[in-house]
Design a protein around this ligand. Structure first.
Ligand SMILES: [Mg+2]
Length: 230
């Protein structure tokens, strides 16, 4: 059943619809740096890495510091010892593979969930902080077919949590913010960003690390339809 009070669902991409391919990350690092990290250990550290960078305190120096801290938490969990070499590891990852092609693993049930939501009558679009490649990736994974449009921060020149990127989506869709919902994995970027333009938001919280937050949470995208209806 569709919620009678909601028309539009705007979705984040990275860590909401698509996830890091840690097997690929481990392969690249093994080939390029000799580091032999277990992808399963990296994956289990990821929610903690996300929590660590989900704060306003890193915003002053933007994305670079956030990525370094994020990958340091992930790689050190798999045995990477030297924090000073993290920038080299990131350069390697980003050189061998474009940033977003590493986010090439669809969330469990992502395609079916989007299809169900669309069939229920919701209208769907993506708002992503990305590098210009997110639409192509969503297309390759068969997710774009369910979306009416994709806004990529690199292409529009504005990143979440700047309210202007959310307003852009409202304008493009004609959605009433009071009848729209945003779904993303970063509290300060996604939830507070969406709320700043009057939209409600749901936080993707796979490891239940945000129990203190005053917002609705799901552990994976397939749980979304059930929490939209009262
Ligand atoms: Mg995200």
């Amino acid at each position: 059943m569709k919620s009678p009070s909601l028309d539009w669902l705007f979705l984040d991409a990275g860590n909401t619809l698509v996830h890091l391919d840690f097997v690929r990350v481990a392969e690249i690092l093994r080939a390029e740096t000799g580091f032999d990290g277990d992808p399963a250990l990296m994956e289990s550290a990821e929610p903690h890495a996300r929590l660590h960078v989900d704060g306003a305190r890193l915003d002053a120096d933007g994305e670079r510091k956030r990525w370094h801290a994020y990958f340091w938490t992930i790689l050190s969990a798999a045995g990477w010892l030297d924090r000073a070499l993290i920038p080299d590891a990131l350069r390697t990852l980003f050189r061998v593979n474009q940033t977003f092609t590493l986010w090439s693993r669809p969330g469990r049930g992502a395609e079916e969930t989007l299809r169900n939501l669309k069939n229920l009558g919701y209208r769907l679009a993506v708002i992503s902080n990305s590098d210009g490649s997110v639409e192509g990736m969503l297309d390759r994974l068969g997710l774009k077919a369910h979306l009416e449009f994709v806004i990529d921060s690199k292409i529009v020149g504005i990143e979440k949590p700047d309210p202007r990127i959310f307003r852009m989506a409202l304008q493009q869709s004609g959605a009433d913010p009071a009848r729209a919902l945003y779904v993303g994995d970063m509290f300060h970027i996604d939830v507070l960003g969406a709320r700043s333009v009057g939209m409600d938001a749901v936080l993707m919280d796979p490891a239940d690390l945000h129990t203190e937050r005053k917002c609705r949470r799901v552990r994976e995208i397939s749980e979304l339809p059930a929490i939209l209806t009262p």
